[in-house]
Ligand binder design. Structure first.
Ligand code: R5P
Length: 324
């Protein structure tokens, strides 16, 4: 691989605002791109500048509408190949399809693996953040790395809501214990956790709880808030168990369906998200009416900027052992 010229950031439609923030921090300029649709709905892409030999970073979360955003990412990477870009790194702040990392029932696909295969066919390497399950990183056939957004939450907590003596981190399911422990260790506060099962897609049912939340400020942590079922049910449960306040920290605010409505009706005082998925401010305004927003969106740009700077200065991805 021979790189020439300055590196470049190309942002897809869903990665625009994060791409600009990363560009401001790194000083890497944003490349010119046209993204539109043909009359029949097909995605149309054109990279409007010469990126031959350049180190290109494509910023695009594969967030809703998931199939459109994933296709746009693929087409951008291929258009860069058409220009003979020196290297293409897909920066995927939120990786849609990651929750389908295994076939739960016979007859179901492993959609995360298919999505990773598709991306590996056009990108030379991949960076993502707070992936739902680490196994998904093994599905990429190119060097890949999952970076962790916890330091952003930990700094926010320390600056804005530091009551370590009466706070507790609550993992809303067993799958989120490792992530929640990372935050509880960073903050030096205890961890409690819930056991949850999913009788069907997008339906969750709480089956058990371990830890002490009575009189405590509970920080519910999850990777994704999608329909907000998990987080609002856990909030109701800890409130019933005597929690004094409930906050939710999640990397990816997918917020589909009635998520905004559920959050405004819930006991959660504040939902703290990262900007890995574009936040729908209009919907927030519509749903909350005269009330104050419950949402606070923190930027992950600094963490991505650090990794992108390392990569463009010769960083080597760690070799991940494949076990497929
Ligand atoms: C599931 O295992 C994930 O970690 C999240 O808990 C889940 O995706 C949240 O989804 P929802 O907001 O629809 O309950």
């Amino acid at each position: 691989m021979v790189l020439s010229g300055e590196p470049v950031i190309i942002a897809g439609s869903f990665g625009q605002s994060l791409g600009v923030k990363i560009s401001e921090i790194t000083g890497i300029k944003m490349g010119k791109i046209f993204s539109g649709k043909f009359s029949d709905g097909e995605t149309r892409i054109r990279i409007d500048e010469d990126v031959t030999g350049k180190d290109a970073f494509v910023v695009q979360p594969t967030s809703p509408p998931v199939n459109d955003s994933i296709m746009e990412l693929m087409l951008i990477c291929d258009a860069l190949r058409g220009w003979d870009a020196g290297r293409i790194t897909a920066v995927i702040p939120y990786f849609g399809y990651a929750r389908q990392e295994r076939a739960v029932r016979k007859g179901e696909p492993i959609a995360a693996e298919i999505a990773a295969d598709m991306i590996s066919s056009v990108a030379g390497s991949v960076i993502t953040m707070d992936i739902h399950a680490q196994v998904v990183m093994e599905y990429f056939d190119v060097p890949s790395e999952n970076i962790c957004g916890t330091p952003v939450f930990a700094s926010f907590f320390r600056e804005k809501m530091y009551y370590p003596e009466d706070s507790v981190v609550v993992a809303p399911d067993l799958g989120s214990i490792t992530r929640s422990r990372r935050l509880s260790d960073a903050l030096g506060i205890p961890l409690a956790f819930t056991d949850k099962k999913r009788p069907d897609a997008n339906i969750s049912e709480i089956t058990g709880f371990m830890g002490d939340v009575s009189g405590k400020r509970c920080i519910l942590t999850d990777d994704i808030i999608d329909t907000a079922g998990t987080i609002t049910e856990t909030a109701a449960m800890v409130t019933e168990m005597g929690a004094s306040k409930v906050y939710a920290f999640a990397a990816h605010g997918v917020l589909s369906g009635e998520a905004f409505e559920k959050i405004y009706e819930s006991h959660i005082e504040k939902v703290v998200l990262l900007d890995t998925v574009p936040f729908d401010e209009d919907k927030d305004r519509r749903v909350r009416g005269d009330r104050e927003s419950k949402f606070e969106v923190l930027s992950s740009a600094g963490i991505f900027a650090e990794k992108i700077t390392e990569i463009s200065s010769g960083y080597k991805f760690s070799e991940i052992k494949k076990y497929r």
